[in-house]
Design a protein around this ligand. Structure first.
Ligand SMILES: *[C@@H]1O[C@H](CO)[C@@H](O)[C@H](O)[C@H]1NC(C)=O
Ligand SMILES: *[C@@H]1O[C@H](CO)[C@@H](O)[C@H](O)[C@H]1NC(C)=O
Ligand SMILES: *[C@@H]1O[C@H](CO)[C@@H](O)[C@H](O)[C@H]1NC(C)=O
Ligand SMILES: *[C@@H]1O[C@H](CO)[C@@H](O)[C@H](O)[C@H]1NC(C)=O
Ligand SMILES: *[C@@H]1O[C@H](CO)[C@@H](O)[C@H](O)[C@H]1NC(C)=O
Length: 634
C-alpha cells in the first residue's frame, strides 16, 4: 500500500498548510475591538503601541505638582524612570490630568513624588492589560490628618492579548489529532481495502505509479522512507530522534527569529531569566555535538584517515564562519560592504568555532567504540564517561578559564566579576558595564563597531553600549554545551542495544545537570551565584539547558527510535536540512511569504499569523526538499 503511505504524508503536509490558513481565518475577528481602543486620545496625544495601556493621572491636590515614576517589576534593581509630570489642580474639585502610556508586559511599579520636595506621595504596584484605559486618582483624604489616597480605576477593559496564542495552540492540537486519526484509519486494512475499491481502480493505480516512477520506487518515497544516508549499510547509526530534536530547535528558532508574534515570552529575556526564545540555540549546539560524534565515528569506521577528516573539519568550520559573517551583515544588496561596521560574531560563527574545537578534540582523542557485548561487564558501566577522560579534562580546564576571566578579569570603571546588564540596572551605578568581562573582551578585541548594536538589554535596562550575545567569552560555554551533546551521542552509541541503559544514563545526566543549575542559581532569577543568562551564556544557562536537552532525548528516543510511535514529522524534515533552513530563513526574511505588509502593525494577532505562516512555509520547503532528496551539506 505504498501509494496510501505517500498520500498520507502528502495529506499531513496539506493539513499543515491548512492549519496556518485556518488559524489566520480563526484569528481574524476581534480586529475592530483592538483598533477602537487605540484611537488617539485627541486631547493628550498618547498613541498606544502594542503591549501598552493608557494611564490618565488625575491630580486633585491643590497646587502640588507631582512627578510620576515608573518601572517594570522584572527590571532588577533598576532606577525608576520619569513617566509623567502632573501639575497641581488649579482649583479644588478640578483635577489636572496627565496621560501616559505604560507597558503591560509585566507588573508595573508606580511611585509618585512631590516634584520639588522629592517627598514620596504614594507607591503602588499594578498589572495593566494591553490597550486598556486606566485612571490613577490622587486625592486628599479629609479625615483630619493630611493624608493622600492613590487609587487605580479601570475606564475601559484591556483586550486579551494571549487569546491568539491560545487559539493557535488549539488549532495546532486539532491538526495533530486529525493527522493521528487519519494515520490510524490508513493503517486499518478494511479501510484500506475500502479506499482501494472506491478510488484505486486499476487505471489510477497505473497513473500514480507512472507519476512516481516504478512501484518499488514509490515505496521508498513513502512516509517511512529513509534517505540514502540513513540506510544501515552506509551509515551505521543515524538516529531519527537526533534529527527530530534538531528540527524542533530549528523550527522554534525560525519562529522566534521572525518575531514570535512580538510576545515578550517569544523574545529573548532582557537580561537574566529564560524565555522560549532562549531555549533553542543551546539545544541546537547540543545536537550538533551529538551529530559530530555519531558521524565522525562512522566515518572513521569506514577507514577515513584522521588527517583527511581534520582537513574536512577545518574547511566546514571556515565555511560556517564565512556564511555567518555574510548573513549577519545584511547589506549585501546595497553595494560593497562598509568594513568599518561589519559585525564579526554571530550564530553561525559561534557554531563554526564550537564545531571546530569539539570535532578536533574528539578526533584527537578518538578511540574505537567498544563492542556492545563488552559493556556488559560491571566495571564498564561508566565507560561512556571514563573512556573520554582526556576530553573531560580539557573541558573542565576551559570552564576554569571562563570562570577565571568572568570573575577575576579587571574591567576599567566596573566592579570585577560584574554579571549585570549595566544601564539603569544596579541602581544605575555601572551604566557602561553591560556584560562585565564578556562585554569588555569583545569591545577590546573586536571593537565597538564590530559587535551587535541592539542587545536585548536595551529594552528594559536602557543600556547604551554595544554588547554581543554571541561574543568571544561565551563561546567557551557553547563548547561545553556541545560536549554535553557529544556525551549524549556516546551514550546512544556505546549502549545501542540496551535501551534501559541509555534511558538510565539520560535520566542521570538530566538530574545531575539540574542539581548543578539549582545550586548555581539558588533557584532564583537574579539572586544566584551565577544567574541563568542567555546574553552571557553563563554556565548555569548551559547546565539548565543541558538538563532540558537530556530530558527531551529521554522522551524522544524511546518514542521515535525504539518504539517508532512517532516519525518525527514534521520536525524531522527541517532537522535534515538545518543549514539550508537557517540560512534561507535569515536571507529571505523580508520577502513574501515570510513577511508582508500588516494592516495594523501593532497587533499581536497579525504578527503571530504572519510568523506562523512563515514558519510553516519553511517546514513545507524542508519537506519538499527532503522528498526531492536535496540536502545542503557543507
Ligand atoms: C479613557 O477613559 C477616559 C475616562 O473614561 C476618557 O475620557 C478617555 O477618552 C478614554 N481614552 C481613550 C483613548 O479611550
Ligand atoms: C518632567 O519634568 C522634568 C523636569 O522638571 C523633565 O526633565 C522631564 O522631561 C519631564 N518629564 C515628562 C515626561 O514630561
Ligand atoms: C507646577 O507646574 C506648573 C506648570 O507645569 C508651573 O507653572 C508651576 O509653577 C508649578 N508649581 C510649583 C509649586 O512648582
Ligand atoms: C521619591 O521620594 C522618596 C522619599 O522622599 C525618595 O526616597 C525617592 O528617592 C524619591 N524618588 C525619586 C525617583 O526621586
Ligand atoms: C558611559 O558612556 C557614555 C558614552 O560613551 C559616556 O558619555 C558616559 O560618561 C559613560 N558613563 C560612565 C559612568 O562612565
Amino acid at each position: 500500500m505504498s501509494w496510501a503511505r505517500a498520500a498520507g504524508s502528502a495529506l499531513a503536509a496539506l493539513l499543515l498548510l491548512a492549519a496556518s490558513v485556518l488559524s489566520a481565518a480563526l484569528l481574524a475577528p476581534g480586529a475592530s475591538l483592538e483598533r477602537s481602543t487605540r484611537d488617539l486620545d485627541s486631547k493628550r496625544h498618547v498613541e498606544l503601541k502594542m503591549d501598552q495601556a493608557l494611564l490618565l493621572i488625575h491630580n486633585e491636590l491643590f497646587g502640588t505638582n507631582l512627578t510620576v515614576y515608573w518601572n517594570s517589576e522584572r527590571c532588577y534593581q533598576c532606577l525608576l524612570q520619569v513617566l509623567a509630570n502632573v501639575s497641581g489642580s488649579a482649583k479644588p474639585g478640578a483635577p489636572s490630568i496627565a496621560a501616559a502610556a505604560v507597558s503591560t508586559q509585566h507588573r508595573s511599579i508606580l511611585q509618585l513624588n512631590h516634584t520639588w520636595e522629592e517627598k514620596e506621595v504614594c507607591r503602588l504596584e499594578y498589572t495593566f492589560g494591553e490597550f486598556g484605559n486606566y485612571s490613577l486618582l490622587v486625592k486628599p483624604v479629609h479625615n483630619g490628618v493630611n493624608e493622600i489616597a492613590c487609587e487605580i480605576i479601570v475606564n475601559k477593559n484591556p483586550v486579551d492579548s494571549n487569546l491568539p496564542v491560545c487559539i493557535a495552540f488549539l488549532v495546532g492540537l486539532a491538526v495533530i489529532i486529525a493527522v493521528c486519526f487519519l494515520k490510524f484509519l490508513l493503517s486499518l486494512d478494511d479501510f484500506n481495502n475500502w479506499i482501494s475499491k472506491t478510488i484505486n481502480s486499476r487505471e489510477t493505480d497505473r497513473l500514480i505509479n507512472s507519476e512516481l516512477g516504478s512501484p518499488s520506487r514509490a515505496g521508498q518515497l513513502g512516509e517511512d522512507a529513509q534517505p540514502e544516508a540513513w540506510r544501515p549499510s552506509v551509515v551505521p547509526l543515524r538516529l531519527r530522534c537526533v534529527d527530530t530534536f534538531r528540527g524542533i530547535a530549528l523550527i522554534v528558532m525560525v519562529f522566534v527569529n521572525y518575531g514570535g508574534g512580538k510576545y515578550w515570552y517569544f523574545k529573548h529575556a532582557s537580561w537574566n531569566g529564560l524565555t522560549v526564545a532562549d531555549l533553542v540555540f543551546p539545544w541546537f549546539v547540543f545536537i550538533m555535538g551529538s551529530s559530530i560524534f555519531l558521524s565522525m565515528t562512522s566515518i572513521l569506521q569506514r577507514g577515513c584517515s584522521k588527517c583527511r577528516l581534520l582537513g574536512k573539519v577545518a574547511w566546514r568550520s571556515f565555511l560556517l564562519i564565512s556564511i555567518g559573517i555574510i548573513i549577519v551583515n545584511p547589506n549585501y544588496c546595497l553595494g560593497p560592504l562598509s568594513w568599518d561596521k561589519v559585525r564579526i560574531p554571530g550564530v553561525l560563527q559561534r557554531l563554526g568555532v564550537t564545531y571546530f574545537v569539539v570535532a578536533v578534540l574528539e578526533l584527537l582523542c578518538a578511540k574505537p567504540v567498544p563492542e556492545s557485548g563488552a559493556l556488559e561487564r560491571r566495571c564498564s558501566s561508566l565507560q561512556d564517561v571514563t573512556s573520554s577522560w582526556p576530553q573531560w579534562l580539557f573541558i573542565l580546564m576551559l570552564e576554569g578559564v571562563w570562570l577565571a576571566l568572568t570573575f577575576f578579569l579587571p574591567v576599567p570603571g566596573c566592579p570585577t566579576g560584574y554579571l549585570g546588564p549595566g544601564g539603569i540596572g544596579d541602581r544605575g551605578q555601572y551604566p557602561n558595564c553591560t556584560g562585565g568581562a564578556a562585554g569588555y573582551i569583545d569591545r577590546v578585541l573586536l571593537g565597538d563597531d564590530h559587535i551587535y548594536q541592539h542587545p536585548s538589554s536595551t529594552v528594559l535596562y536602557h543600556t547604551t553600549v554595544a554588547y554581543d550575545p554571541e561574543g568571544i567569552l561565551g563561546t567557551i560555554n557553547s563548547i561545553v554545551m556541545a560536549f554535553l551533546g557529544v556525551q549524549a551521542g556516546k551514550i546512544l552509541l556505546y549502549y545501542k542495544d540496551q535501551t534501559k541503559g541509555i534511558l538510565i544514563r539520560f535520566t542521570a545526566w538530566c538530574c545531575f545537570l539540574g542539581l548543578i543549575s539549582a545550586a548555581l542559581t539558588k533557584i532564583s532569577e537574579n539572586e544566584g551565584f551565577i544567574p541563568i543568562n542567555k546574553n552571557l551564556w553563563s554556565i548555569s544557562y548551559v547546565t539548565t539547558l543541558g538538563s532540558f536537552a537530556f530530558f527531551i532525548l529521554l522522551i524522544l528516543y524511546p518514542i521515535v527510535d525504539v518504539k517508532g510511535l512517532w516519525t518525527g514529522t514534521p520536525f524531522f524534515y527541517p532537522g535534515m536540512n538545518s543549514i539550508l533552513v537557517y540560512v534561507g530563513h535569515e536571507v529571505l526574511e523580508n520577502y513574501f511569504p515570510f513577511q508582508w505588509r500588516l494592516q495594523d502593525n501593532q497587533s499581536h494577532r497579525e504578527h503571530l499569523v504572519q510568523n506562523l505562516v512563515a514558519t510553516t512555509v519553511w517546514v513545507l520547503v524542508a519537506y519538499v526538499l527532503y522528498r526531492k532528496k536535496v540536502f545542503w551539506k557543507i
